[in-house]
Design a protein. Structure first.
Lengths: 83, 161, 161, 83
């Protein structure tokens, strides 16, 4: 699965994108964020308050409770500030 | 050509670009051809923040940005009887006084154009994947601009209306 | 310079004219100088009414027209934190596709600019002394356009808000 | 006192403006409209439904109950249709 990061999530993790193999048991966005947070201090810094980050599944906004099975690209980013 | 009642007679136009926006040319491009009685435009500019700001840097999610704006514009076109809709958002470095975003909606009567343009902007703020960071005149790169609760509230009100 | 809280830091600009309105030039003239984050414009056009209409004739009350529009604009400037406001209304013969009225409001944030522009238009419709009459393509002069209850309702809502 | 007329009020009366001497007892706009209506068939046609016409006293909108003493110019016209 491809993960892409934007703004301060990208900066703190130190990557714009990466391919990951998800372990068994990762069903929802929430599971994914919890798992990512444990991958190292950079991920921990980016996801200190996982409830505030936003997620897009294949370029559509998704809730944290949404299942991620079948997704090709999941984006993680701060609340948007365009406009 | 058959159309369901909710399907608008036109396609909203959407653009995500690093270039300047030529407001006069964009307004010309909305030419209603005699049917439109009302055109509302919104232009969002980069403020100078009292002289502190050198530029705003706009990061975006290519692909999703266009898709999200198109979705927002299609919702506006389904909700109001519009004759035209245009939404343009810039990315990259934007200097104070330059335009960041431009929205235009035309309709037979003014109410629909005002509401649709306001709706478009509220959802551009909260649903389009763009993020602003400040570059300061002292040469430092400031923090990422924080999302405002007032923007969330502004977009939420359309669910209640 | 001292100012009471309700006195805006600028004077709204008002024009009543028989000339075409150069929208691009008027938008340029609103240049916020880096303080304005938002510019909302409204342009009202003469519709062709399905090809039936040759022109609208706009009669006005010289003197009172300028005064009433200036009063409306001053009320908008006192009610919202605007950085600029412009209102232009044409009189005389206006062909389909041509602009009749143009309003522009700039502010730091978009809410004030949207509301003030909408307010200005609602009161231009019901308080500014202009009357429209249709000139038809068959050469006849049609009736005077009737005032719409929906316009009265639109301006009334600002007393409740 | 100067009276000025616009749109179909002007057309039906057949004048753009006129100077009038008001008889005693004309206090309010309503009184003025009632008196004018009796001045001839053209005035009667213009003021068939006097409650729908609008009035400006010295270029400010006025209610029909408003006193007109001291006014220099009173305008009578249909509901406005600008914008």
């Amino acid at each position: 699965m491809k993960l892409v990061y934007f703004a301060w999530v990208r900066e703190r993790i130190g990557l714009t994108e990466e391919e990951v193999e998800l372990p068994a048991g990762i069903v929802t966005v929430e599971d994914l964020l919890h798992w990512l947070k444990g991958r190292g201090p950079n991920y921990d810094a980016a996801l200190q308050a996982p409830e505030i980050v936003r997620v897009a599944i294949d370029q559509e906004h998704g809730d944290h409770s949404e299942p991620i099975a079948g997704a090709r690209e999941i984006a993680i980013f701060p609340p948007m500030t365009g406009g | 050509m058959t159309a369901t009642p909710l399907e608008p007679a036109f396609s909203p136009r959407v653009r995500v670009t690093a270039e300047r926006i030529d407001i006069a040319a964009e307004i010309d491009s909305m030419g209603g051809g005699g049917a439109a009685g009302a055109l509302v435009t919104f232009c969002g500019y980069c403020r100078d923040e009292g002289g502190r700001l050198k530029a705003l840097e706009l990061e975006h999610y290519p692909g999703m940005a266009e898709r999200q704006i198109a979705t927002i514009a299609a919702r506006a076109a389904a909700r109001w009887p519009l004759l035209g809709a245009l939404a343009i958002h810039r990315y990259g470095l934007v200097a104070p006084g330059e335009e960041i975003v431009f929205v235009a909606c035309s309709s037979v009567h003014r109410g629909a154009a005002f509401e649709a343009a306001s709706f478009l902007m509220d959802f551009m703020k909260t649903r389009a994947p763009f993020w602003k960071r400040e570059h300061l005149v002292d040469g430092t790169v400031g923090g990422w601009v924080e999302a405002k609760d007032t923007d969330e509230a502004a977009s939420d009100r359309w669910h209640r209306l």
